[in-house]
Design a protein around this ligand. Structure first.
Ligand code: SIN
Length: 272
């Protein structure tokens, strides 16, 4: 894979870019890695089309970006714990990622990024939305930015995972962690809003009523259409998003049709 064929086309001014001229099945040289990594830093989510790759090749691609994450609750492909299964069909009672979130933010060191390939699609529907959390922070008023910058929030895996995967999970302990409400991206140095409606249970320094009110406002603010892009999948599309600066939401509008893919998730650092 060589970097001089790569073309990057933004999909909105705020978030998302399609990357052309890359075959994720091929070995990746340093220049190509640099171009893809920079595109991810600039656009927060990058999209590749027609990537007919195996889960092993997807894992090998992910390893260029860091150690791979094993999900604390979700099923994975047999023998490949790094390959999380994303699946919904006529028997499903939930689909992965239906509300705005940053992946597994309930862990002390939440994932840096996630690489999702969808190989089985409904005829129509099943898009994924992505939103820019730098912009979510930057569009708040300076007093609100200052107020939130002094706060931390509890992210609790229990809220999402308990009973979700049909497993007998009595006695199982799901991760929980406290993170700054506004985090600083370790690569870009930019500040991003880091609370989400899947995992953020409460703001630690506020009373319960105050926390509920502030979180309700922030969860609504995150959904501002101008912060977002909507990705329409094709068979073998791949999306790679930066969980430190973006949130996403999968749209389950295709029931009872089937949508299936594999997610490879790259480990991250403790938010600061
Ligand atoms: C997820 O949150 O990883 C699922 C995203 C999707 O299915 O589009």
């Amino acid at each position: 894979m060589s970097s001089n064929r790569i073309e990057i086309r933004p999909v909105t001014p705020k978030i998302g870019a399609e990357i052309f001229g890359v075959d994720l099945a091929e070995p990746m040289d340093a220049a190509t890695f640099g171009t893809i990594h920079q595109a991810l830093m600039d656009h927060l989510v990058i999209f590749f089309r027609d990537q007919n790759i195996t889960a092993e090749q997807q894992i090998a691609f992910g390893r260029h970006f860091g150690k791979l994450h094993i999900h604390p609750a979700a099923p994975s492909l047999p023998g490949l714990p790094e390959a999380m299964i994303i699946h919904a069909d006529a028997k499903s009672t939930y689909a992965n990622g239906e509300r705005w979130h940053s992946d597994v933010s309930c862990e002390d060191e939440p994932p840096m990024g996630s690489i999702l390939r969808i190989h089985t699609l409904p005829e129509v529907g099943g898009d994924t939305m992505f939103a820019n959390m730098y912009t979510a922070f930057e569009t708040l008023s300076p007093p609100m930015q200052a107020f939130l910058s002094g706060l931390t929030a509890l992210h609790d895996g229990e809220l999402l995972y308990r009973g979700r995967y049909g497993a007998q999970d009595a006695g199982r302990v799901y991760p929980k962690a406290t993170h700054p409400v506004i985090r600083t991206h370790p690569v870009t140095g930019r500040k991003a809003l880091y609370v989400n409606s899947f995992f953020t249970a409460r703001i630690v320094e506020l009373s319960s009523d105050e926390s509920d009110a502030v979180l309700e406002y922030l969860f609504q603010h995150i959904q501002t259409p101008q912060f977002a892009c909507r990705f329409r999948w094709q068979q073998n599309s791949v999306a790679f998003w930066d969980n430190r600066a973006a949130q996403h939401q999968a749209i389950w509008d295709y029931f009872p049709a089937t949508r299936t893919g594999v997610r490879v998730t790259v480990c991250g650092d403790r938010p600061f």
